[in-house]
Each structure stands twice: as structure tokens, then as C-alpha cells.
Design a protein around this ligand. Structure first.
Ligand code: SF4
Length: 440
């Protein structure tokens, strides 16, 4: 049997490298001019409040523009760009509109009639993916003839890497996203996301390695300028190459292991044919998990500062995106409160499967899932429940105060401006070009 083709090229100028990457992996000939094509970028995060680092976080607009140009040259006119961003409010249409405007997608709409879709304003359809996995997918992508999947080449704190298969998580609804982050040890997050590509029409995956991210997926990662593109009509093959480029053997990435098993495929690099650059010339280890103490009770930076009397256990895969979004902020709020005086053996439980531990005097249950799991747990000495889903900032501050951690009442008031603080990391570094996230 022929090996799936993956192209790997240097992306050091607009358009031509994308054309070459696509040609080397099989071209666009299979897409007829009257096909409906759905482009799925990666806009993992957005805020209107402030300019924030997009390098290694969001697909470059240069790649979006180049892909649309190639499709147009090929005669395709029915093109949709769609994303389901993680938003604080279900009825928030302004944030996605702001993202599409800022990233230049509206220019593609005005010039070529490209349709822009916020999936949360569109219908979803339940798809049975087998083995009890049922997820609600955006109807537009399911009804398209071809998908062009444009993930960023990044690591991910929960799934190790986030590439072609994982990028499709943005196509399911909130209920399904929460379902993916379940507490079942056999059918966990990795088991679920391994199936995300299964109901899709044919997918051309083009992994955007203009910038790569360590400790992704968000704006607080460590970003590198790499100028790479990896493309394939076989999403697993693209991810095998992408994972190797990030320095992680795909066999060690649980969702890729599930996806290969489901397809009866190998994850060896030799199982795919790479055209263009050699993978080994560009592979570089990228860290992924946020560093915690060996016993998993505190993030390393807090332990180094000598924080005592607090156990904030390491997140697991059952912590869903919506609680993840607030988790880092809670840790920052606590860290800012530390004055060298040990707290009263407070523990913080998150996600869906953490257990209270002996010796804790106060147990904060962060989120509805933890509250439901432990509301009747006799092992807990003093329960402090934050029942929201996701928990609300004012509830969190109240709980911290009840535990004796006197976090600033106003800490969460300016939370939406916090991503802007990370811009200073990139000051006077011309390789971090903001122009790659606009379309002229
Ligand atoms: S409580 Fe948190 S982890 Fe549980 S479903 Fe809600 S947002 Fe997700």
C-alpha cells in the first residue's frame, strides 16, 4: 500500500511555499470548482479588550490568505471560514466579529465572498462516533465537500500536542467540549478527541509552523519563529510529522495513539512519505506540561517562592477548557497574596476526578463538577464550594477569603486586559511580526 504523503517546506514568503506544500502532498485536483470548502483556522482565544500575543497561538492570516488565493486560482468560489472560539458568554457575537475583522478575514469576505461563520451562531448535529462517543458538530463543516484544517504547530498542556486532529475540537458545541473532559479513565479526553476527524469530509491539513509554541495552547507559552509548513491529505500522517517536529514521538501522544489504533495504522515516521525538507533537520523538543512539584501539589514557581499551607493539585484532563481559562488566573491571584505566612492547610480541587487528601483543613471545590463529586464527602473537614460552571470570579474571591487567602477583590476585574501584559516579551524582536496576523 502507498504511504500517505506529507510535505514539509520552509514558509519564508507568502503564497509560493503554500502552493509547493500543497502540490507536494497531492495538490488540489480532487477539489472540483463547484465544491463547498470549509477552512478551519485555530483561534483558540480572543479578546477585544487589548492587543495580545498571537504568535504560536492563532493561525497566521498570511496562511489563511494564501490558502484562499490558491482555492480561488483553482476556481473554487464557495469558501467558508469557521471557528468556535472559547467565549465567556453564549450570546457573545461581538468577540468573533472583532477577531474576524482584526485578522483580516472580513477583507476576504468583501473581496471574494468568503463566508465567515461563528459556529456558536449556527446549528449543531449529534454524531455517533462509536464506543459510546457522541458529540455535537457544527453543521456547516459536516455539510461541506472538503475541509482545509489549519492548526498551529503547538504543544498543549493537556493533550501534549495540538495539531490537525485536535484543532477540530473547535467544531463541537460547549456541551460536547465538556463531555470530552470527562472523569472516565478508559474513555478520557484523548479517547474522545482521537475521533474528531472521523465524521469529516476529506481533509487537507496544513500545519502552520510559522511560529511554534511550547507550553501551549495560549498566549502564555514559549514561542519560536520556525517558518515551517507541513501538509497532507491524511490528517494522522500530518500529525505524525507535526508531533515529530515538536520533539514528541507520536507513540507517546495518547490521542494520536488512539487515532492510529482506530485506523489500524502505525505511528512510525517511516509509515509516511515526507517530501521536501527532512523532518530530522527541523525537529526540536517543545515542552508541554506546566511544571509542577514532583508530588503534584504546587506549580514549581509557587513552590520556589516557598508557598506553604496550600496544595493546589496539578490539573488533569478532566478540567475542561472553561475552567482551565480561569485556573491560571486563580493561581496568579493566590501567588500575589502570598506574604510568607503559611496558610491553614488549604487544598484546591479542580476538574472532575480529584480527591481530597488527609491533612487538609479546608477544601475548596472549584467548579460545579467538584462540588457534585464531593458535596457529601465525609473526608472533607471544611468544605468551601464554588459551584459555578465555570466558577464566577466573585465566588472564587469569596471562597479564597473564606479559606484565609485574602486575594485582592479587584483581581478579576481587569482579567480581560491581562493577556496584553504578555506583549512585552516580544518587544524589539522583529521576528515576531504582527503583520502576519492581518490581510492587506
Ligand atoms: S465546572 Fe468547570 S470543569 Fe466542570 S464542566 Fe463546568 S467549566 Fe468544566
Amino acid at each position: 500500500m502507498d504511504k500517505p504523503l506529507v510535505s514539509l517546506v520552509r514558509y519564508d514568503q507568502p503564497l509560493e511555499p503554500v502552493r509547493r506544500a500543497v502540490e507536494l502532498c497531492g495538490g488540489l485536483d480532487r477539489i472540483p470548482a463547484d465544491a463547498k470548502v470549509f477552512i478551519k483556522p485555530n483561534i483558540v482565544f480572543w479578546t477585544k479588550a487589548v492587543n495580545f500575543p498571537k504568535w504560536g497561538v492563532i493561525t497566521t492570516s498570511r496562511l489563511i490568505n494564501d490558502v484562499v488565493t490558491l482555492l480561488r486560482e483553482h476556481g473554487v468560489s464557495d469558501i467558508t471560514i469557521g471557528e468556535g472560539m472559547v467565549l465567556g458568554r453564549a450570546n457573545d457575537t461581538e468577540t468573533s466579529a472583532h477577531a474576524y475583522e482584526t485578522l483580516g478575514y472580513t477583507k476576504l469576505r468583501d473581496r471574494y465572498g468568503v463566508k465567515l461563520v461563528d459556529t456558536f451562531q449556527r446549528p449543531f448535529r449529534e454524531v455517533d462516533l462509536g464506543d459510546g462517543v457522541k458529540l455535537n458538530f457544527n453543521q456547516d463543516i459536516l455539510a461541506s465537500d472538503f475541509v482545509i484544517d489549519l492548526p498551529v504547530m503547538k504543544t498543549h498542556a493537556q493533550t501534549m500536542v495540538s495539531l490537525g486532529i485536535k484543532n477540530l475540537k473547535g467544531m463541537i458545541d460547549v456541551t460536547s467540549r465538556k463531555r470530552c473532559h470527562n472523569a472516565d479513565p478508559d474513555k478520557d479526553l484523548n479517547f474522545y478527541i482521537a475521533r474528531l476527524a472521523d465524521p469529516m469530509p476529506p481533509i487537507l491539513t496544513i500545519i502552520d509552523g510559522t511560529f511554534t509554541s511550547e507550553y501551549g495552547p495560549a498566549f502564555d507559552g514559549v514561542i519560536h519563529r520556525r517558518d515551517l509548513l507541513a501538509a497532507s491529505w491524511d490528517v494522522l500522517a500530518a500529525d505524525i510529522v507535526g508531533s515529530n517536529l515538536l520533539g514528541h514521538p507520536p507513540q507517546s501522544v495518547p490521542h494520536l495513539a488512539h487515532a492510529a489504533k482506530n485506523r489500524g495504522r502505525s505511528l512510525e515516521l517511516e509509515s509516511v512519505e515526507v517530501k521536501g525538507e527532512a523532518v530530522e533537520d527541523h525537529a526540536q523538543y517543545h515542552g508541554w506540561a506546566f511544571p509542577y512539584t514532583e508530588d503534584g501539589t504546587l506549580p514549581v514557581p509557587m513552590a520556589k517562592r516557598g508557598v506553604a499551607g496550600l496544595a493546589y493539585y496539578k490539573y488533569d484532563t478532566s478540567l475542561c477548557t472553561y475552567c482551565s481559562g480561569i485556573n491560571g488566573a486563580v493561581l496568579s491571584a493566590i501567588a500575589m497574596t502570598w506574604n510568607g505566612e503559611p496558610w491553614d492547610n488549604v487544598e484546591v480541587l479542580t476538574g472532575k476526578k480529584m480527591q481530597p487528601r488527609p491533612g487538609a483543613n479546608k477544601t475548596i471545590l472549584l467548579g460545579k463538577c467538584m462540588y457534585q463529586a464531593h458535596k457529601d464527602n465525609p473526608e472533607i473537614k471544611e468544605m468551601i464550594a464554588v459551584k459555578g460552571c465555570p466558577p464566577k470570579p466573585e465566588q472564587i474571591i469569596k471562597a479564597l477569603h473564606q479559606a484565609g487567602i485574602m486575594a485582592d477583590d479587584q483581581f478579576f476585574a481587569n482579567l480581560d486586559r491581562m493577556p496584553g501584559m504578555f506583549m512585552k516579551r516580544y518587544k524589539d524582536k522583529p521576528e515576531f511580526d504582527q503583520g502576519l496576523f492581518t490581510i492587506e
